[in-house]
Design a protein around this ligand. Sequence first.
Ligand code: ATR
Length: 480
Amino acid sequence: MAQASIGVVGLAVMGSNLARNLASREGNTVAIFNRTFEKTESLATAHPEAEFVTTGTYEEFAASLSKPRTAIIMVQAGKGTDAVIDALTEVFEPGDIIVDGGNALYTDTIRRERDVRAKGINFVGAGISGGEEGALNGPSIMPGGSAEAWETLGPILRSIAAIAEGEPCVTHVGTDGAGHFVKMIHNGIEYADMQLIAEAYDLIRQGTGLTPAEIAEVFVEWNTGELESYLIEITAEVLKQVDAKTGKPLVDVILDQAGSKGTGVWTVQTALDLGVPVSGIAEAVFARAVSSKPAQRAAAANLPGPSTPFVVADKEAFIEDVRKALYASKIIAYSQGFDAIVAGAEQYGWDIKKGDIAKIWRGGCIIRARFLNRITEAYAENPGLVALVTAPYFTDAIAGTQDAWRRVVASAAQSGIPTPAFSSSLAYYDGLRAPRLPAAVVQGQRDFFGAHTYKRVDMDGTFHTLWSGDRTEVSAVDSH
Ligand code: ATR
């Protein structure tokens, strides 16, 4: 049997495309395996140019690979992944490398890495972004795992990754679950970005009465400036599309109930555990949830709204305001996403280079954007940046957009147009920069009903007030 340099297990769409991508690169011979052999056969038959080594059993698959064996698993996340890992660890040897390229939850990856490493085999959880097209032509890849595994794997992954400004969109993110963690945050940011763009569309449509096709032109124009990104580009395409059946804009015949596969939810759940406010991402997840409650929406359809209609006097100025509000909110969403990466890295002991993460998101993945260069630069200037939004470039960007942002959020509120991501991003921004927060009141309430104590601005220690009657007696509970 021919010796293959790398193998792929799981030949559904993503696996097939990744196998074809690997096979198309100089020097790679790719072994393929699928639980159901017909898929293996039909992939090899459909793509003779790939010269795949087809294998029918895990034993054959292992025997076909040169050592150290390297296999990328592309199966259904969850039970499928565990089943394949179990089978591969039976036939692989110490020093071999198993890569999970699926959308695994990072805590599963931490567990799997520990279990597989105990057998002397390297396990790499790799986030792969870019969908079917990316898998075939060049995704953004976020691998975790050991430095030893990265040595072998690095050149292979670099050869198949997307290229952005001459650099492959892959870097060793950190140990064990770091890659899948960063991929999860990537997806969370993607949720926020999509929701923000959708809100911008809604504001323009309701505020100016432009048609979807006309708004598509606005987005095409925006795509030549600081908002340039894949998501803005495809939104223009979506808005341009006409439904063949009815002749209406397609966006008007698509049911307005957004689905999800769960990575946004994971991001928010994780951020809650880490105590990181990712409000832009959370609002995006909740907005999809609101949209997908038809019974509640029907019951609420006649609830009162504002008495005055939404009238925009200067349409061009309004559209420019929305553009600026979108940019400012997007900065917040990314700033929050990077906060979550920093907190995750701290919690799990990962040495994650934030600037490198922004770099590998510049190509191949859904959130690819010109804007990411600014993030890389911000972290290059100051690797210890405590919040992205405080980097000089972003501070200036917000200084130039915040008036517009406030006008947009205010008119959305007055006109009854839901802009949860725009509004919450602004509230977060104002919370972050406030010299005093009403958290002092919350602390007072907590001390009142639960003796939870509080700290003072003017002395060290922990205090509790005896709240009964009009006494405001203060006791130092634990001063030092
Ligand atoms: P898609 O959504 O594109 O179909 P997916 O559900 O992520 O992809 O993955 C499906 C792949 O996982 C298939 O290759 C499937 O193998 P079969 O073709 O035999 O169904 C594979 N898969 C799922 N569960 C598996 C398991 N327990 N062991 C091995 N492969 C499994």
